[in-house]
Design a protein around this ligand. Structure first.
Ligand code: 5AD
Ligand code: SF4
Length: 487
């Protein structure tokens, strides 16, 4: 990568970046870091050491914003001590709060929304040279036609740099930006703008570039990834078409995609997954709630029965597919009875895992304007804990079914436990990776296996992890039976 570095740039810049939120944000940060590295910036993990400090932010829940405002508050004195430092707030909170960020943290130099990230390197240079603050954000959804607002949100997808990825073998590829569903609790349609698919030729070009760079696993990203639609050369491309095309790219071993919207889980997509051996047997399809009245207040656009019908089609087409969900507890007007319906849905669907969130009212949303946040915090907390206990019990029971069986794992590297223990301990190291059904597997092995596919026989489980040991492809038992290799 050093060949690509702009030799005229200042080579001693130290960049600290903190990223919160979803995979979209992780990808955005990766691309911003890549652009800055090209200009000679070096990454540092020590904020005090940095002369450029960036926060890539999330607005989905209030708590995430509080954390960023506190971190900015702590930097006030650091900025006074070294006024040449540039401090920037990027992403969803930048688009949502705009000028308010300068008011609450006057030492911030840049506020750059999700649709303007390509401007970051230039704006940092300007902030450094003329000490002017800059605000680069897209249009508010009410401030223009759909087209003009959409044009103000640019998808930031420069050519990829292998050295900038968290893992050389795995990469996110954005296939769309924005969201038009307007669920009443959610700020994303405002912070990420109108739904816009990227052209299939750009997406597939990126997949080929990544495969040439050694990537084996591609995860397509979109807020409602299965709603993807794009007209190219007189035909409509859907997610199923992208999966078929990416499946042909030499070097790619696994294809995943997140996050799905229940009503757009079409049969052609399920058939594509069934027919494509490299497509992960894993679907993240957030239900959000198990009670019709709550779903209606959330404006999710489906009933619990319609979710069940979708789930049954997934089970029918893909019996071995793991499904995970998101749930919100304590949404406006959620009765005890309604909460029980969410628990019932978890019992019925037996999700691989569920991400559970306490409702957090977000300015700019319909729920914030029209519905009272009437569930006390302690009730939200209790419902959250009940749901987590139930989901963990189900995850542990279903994981236990893997004991004695082998799963194919894409090795991602050292496990968190091994990293904590240190990497220079003698003997084999604990590694981790994921199965085709997105379960986390921990096992001992040589770190050189990172980036390869290995088979691991499972002998123990927790609610979140399968623990096992590496086996050769066909596992011989005394009886001569072959252990089935599960996805
Ligand atoms: N409060 C709590 N959870 C929320 N989510 C989105 N908006 C809110 C909110 N205002 C959750 C949804 C979504 C996930 C990414 O975050 O469950 O699927
Ligand atoms: Fe938010 Fe709903 Fe869009 Fe998901 S589908 S990003 S929850 S508005």
């Amino acid at each position: 990568m050093t060949d690509d570095v702009d030799k005229t740039a200042d080579h001693n810049r130290k960049l600290f970046i903190e990223t919160v939120g979803c995979q979209m944000n992780m990808l955005d940060s990766e691309l911003v870091v890549a652009a800055l590295r090209k200009q000679g910036y070096e990454l540092t993990g020590d904020v005090q050491d940095a002369d450029t400090i960036l926060f890539n932010t999330c607005s989905v829940r209030e708590h995430a914003e509080h954390k960023i405002y506190s971190a900015l508050g702590r930097l006030k004195f650091a900025k006074n001590a070294r006024p040449g430092r540039v401090i920037g707030v990027l992403g969803c909170m930048a688009q949502k709060d705009q000028e308010l960020i300068f008011q609450r943290a006057p030492h911030v130099d840049l506020v750059v929304g999700t649709g303007q990230l390509a401007e970051v390197p230039r704006l940092i240079d300007e902030a450094r040279s003329d000490r002017q603050r800059s605000l680069a954000v897209s249009l508010d959804r009410r401030d223009g036609t759909r087209t003009t607002v959409a044009e103000s949100f640019q998808s930031y997808d420069p050519l990829r740099e292998p050295a900038m990825r968290p893992s050389p073998y795995q990469a996110f590829v954005r296939i769309m930006i924005g969201c038009d569903k307007f669920c009443t609790y959610c700020v994303v349609p405002m912070t990420r703008g109108p739904e816009q698919g990227r052209p299939p030729r750009d997406i597939l070009h990126e997949v080929r570039v990544l495969a040439d760079q050694g990537v084996k696993e591609i995860t397509f990203l979109g807020q409602t990834v299965n709603s993807y639609k794009h007209q190219q050369d007189g035909r409509t491309w859907r997610l199923a078409d992208l999966l078929h095309a990416a499946h042909e790219v030499p070097g790619i071993e696994r294809l995943k995609f997140v996050t799905n919207y229940p009503r757009d889980m079409t049969d052609d997509l399920l058939q594509a997954i069934r027919d494509l051996p490299k497509a992960a047997r894993y679907l993240h399809v957030p239900a959000q709630h198990g009670c019709d009245e709550v779903l209606k207040r959330m404006k999710r656009g489906y009933t619990v029965d319609q979710y069940r019908e979708m789930f049954a089609r997934v089970r029918e087409a893909l019996p071995d597919c793991a499904v995970s969900s998101d749930f919100i507890v304590g949404f406006c007007g959620e009765t005890e009875e309604a909460h029980q319906r969410s628990l019932d849905l978890i019992r019925e669907c037996r999700f691989k895992n569920s991400f559970i969130f306490k409702y957090s009212p977000r300015p700019g949303t319909k729920a914030y304007d029209n519905l009272a946040d009437d569930i006390p915090e302690d009730v939200k907390r209790r419902r959250n804990a009940e749901m987590l206990t139930l989901q963990n019990q189900i995850s542990a029971e279903d994981n236990a079914a893997f004991i004695g069986r082998a799963v194919q794992v894409l090795v991602e590297g050292y496990s968190e436990t091994q990293k904590k223990q240190g990497l220079d301990t003698p003997g084999p190291k604990q590694l981790t990776g994921r199965s085709m059904c997105d379960r986390i597997i921990a096992f001992e092995g040589n770190p050189r296996l990172t980036g390869t596919l290995v088979d691991v026989e499972i002998h123990d489980v927790t609610p979140t992890t399968l623990i096992g040991q590496i086996v050769t492809r066909a596992v011989q038992h005394g009886s001569g039976d072959l252990l089935p290799i599960l996805v």
